[in-house]
Design a protein around this ligand. Structure first.
Ligand code: NAG
Ligand code: NAG
Ligand code: NAG
Ligand code: NAG
Ligand code: NAG
Length: 398
């Protein structure tokens, strides 16, 4: 019945002469628009064509959706679009300090964006490793790192977070030049350490070619050459965030009952802050609001040490099955105390380096391997000369 009625209406539309003329007028208007469009099409600007990955990295993400809500945001955005380099090697004309002036809130929001098309539009896709240096001030071992990075441009990006009061300079031809991110104060054992780690991760996520993310300090050294470390990290099926359950006052004893029921005592884990993660995990970490804010509110004192508990706990709850639960950074806690052992000049020997490089066994992609650590700490500035001497021989730097 109903179908019949509809059909009648449609037939009536065309049979009535008045409707027919209306439709005919619309048709004329439409076709003249088409003709004008075709005639002028040679004068229209073609869309920009992106031919390689670096150009992709240079495209700023879309501006915030509400341009007029806050003058601060739109000013920041304007300055961001003018100056932001995304860490691409061609376009590196950075201002001496930060690569952009975004505050944490805007930075996390931009960094959390994920492309919805999964195939890369280019033939070659070269993943990069982001080296995140969380430092107080200077990088005294920078000459060793310079040697490490030499000849591998395009396969890494560097980000440095240092105390805002640090005013040291970096040589123009250094790999660290212009790589300092907008930084805030960081205190040992405080929650602002976690915020600095997230800030570094978010900065590195803005560059879509960064696929693996390593956190390092000014006292860290590489234990292998770049090509070995690169293939180890890029080829790994697992992430490396140390996470374990430690009974006693320095582990479970730091649990805060106010975290219940969000985090139970059984879920509360400990681990070294020196992580290595992939893009998926890094995105989870910087997008987390729930656990991050709970820790910020309830684990801010010196007796809680959020930097040793937030990531192990959160990562295990969220993507624990993809985590190796161990760190790639060698450290000597065997002598007790609140800080790991610090190596000075005379401690640095070929034997020590070889012990760190291959003195133990662990699993890599389901197979037994004698490479368990790619980095080591803590090395005092006085170790530099001997490290530079041994590096070509022991670590096979080219
Ligand atoms: C932002 O720009 C407006 C004008 O566009 C100006 O009045 C205001 O002072 C600027 N704010 C900052 C923080 O620079
Ligand atoms: C961005 O570039 C302009 C010049 O084009 C400069 O005046 C401004 O200070 C730069 N902003 C940052 C954050 O470096
Ligand atoms: C750097 O900071 C120190 C104090 O922390 C100050 O004495 C020195 O003058 C500053 N140098 C420059 C170039 O601003
Ligand atoms: C790491 O711990 C998680 C639980 O948090 C577990 O699911 C995973 O299998 C562990 N990984 C390894 C390599 O043991
Ligand atoms: C890096 O070190 C490995 C051994 O660990 C060596 O086989 C390789 O040739 C080195 N790579 C370069 C580019 O020197």
């Amino acid at each position: 019945m109903k179908n019949d009625q509809k059909q009648n209406q449609t037939t009536n539309l065309f049979s009535s002469p008045m409707h027919f003329y209306t439709l005919f007028t619309y048709f004329l208007l439409f076709s003249s628009g088409l003709v004008i469009g075709i005639a002028f099409s040679p004068y229209l600007k073609p869309l920009p064509f992106i031919s390689n990955l670096n150009q992709l990295s240079n495209i700023p993400p879309p501006p915030p959706p509400l341009p007029n809500t806050s003058p601060t945001i739109s000013n920041q955005t304007k300055s961001f679009e003018r100056n932001f380099s995304f860490g691409s090697k061609e376009n590196l004309k950075p201002p001496p300090n930060a690569m952009h002036d975004m505050e944490d809130k805007e930075l996390m929001w931009r960094a959390s964006m994920v492309p919805q098309i999964h195939q890369f539009p280019f033939k070659q896709r070269v993943p990069k490793i982001a080296f995140l240096f969380l430092a107080r001030g200077d990088l005294p071992l920078a000459p060793l790192w310079e040697k490490f990075f030499e000849g591998h441009k395009g396969l890494y990006s560097i980000y440095v977070h240092s105390n805002p009061s640090f005013n040291g300079t970096v040589a123009r031809d250094s790999v660290f030049y212009g790589r300092r991110v907008l930084s805030k104060k960081v205190e040992w054992g405080k929650f602002n350490m976690v915020e600095a780690e997230r800030r570094l991760l978010a900065n590195a996520l803005l560059d879509f070619s960064n696929q693996r993310f390593v956190l390092l300090s000014e006292s860290c050294i590489p234990l292998f050459n770049f090509s070995t470390i690169y293939s180890y990290l890029v080829g790994s099926t697992k992430t490396f965030v140390e996470a374990y359950d430690l009974p006693g006052p320095t582990g479970r004893g730091r649990y805060k009952h106010r975290l219940k029921p969000l985090i139970t005592r059984e879920q509360w884990l400990k681990g070294s802050q020196w992580f290595e993660m992939d893009r998926d995990l890094a995105l989870e970490v910087i997008s987390d609001q729930k656990y991050f804010l709970a820790f910020k509110r309830m684990c801010k004192s010196y007796s809680c040490y959020a930097d040793e508990h937030y990531l192990p706990t959160f990562v295990s709850m969220r993507l624990g099955w993809r985590n190796s639960n161990k760190s790639l950074t060698w450290v000597d806690w065997s002598r007790g105390g609140h800080h790991p052992f610090r190596f000075n000049r005379q401690h640095v020997t070929i034997e020590l380096l070889n012990k760190m490089r291959s003195g133990s066994h662990c699993e890599y992609n389901g197979e037994r391997s004698n490479i368990c650590f790619l980095f080591a700490r803590k090395f005092l500035p006085s170790t530099l000369a001997r490290l530079l001497l041994f590096a070509p021989k022991v670590m096979k730097f080219n």
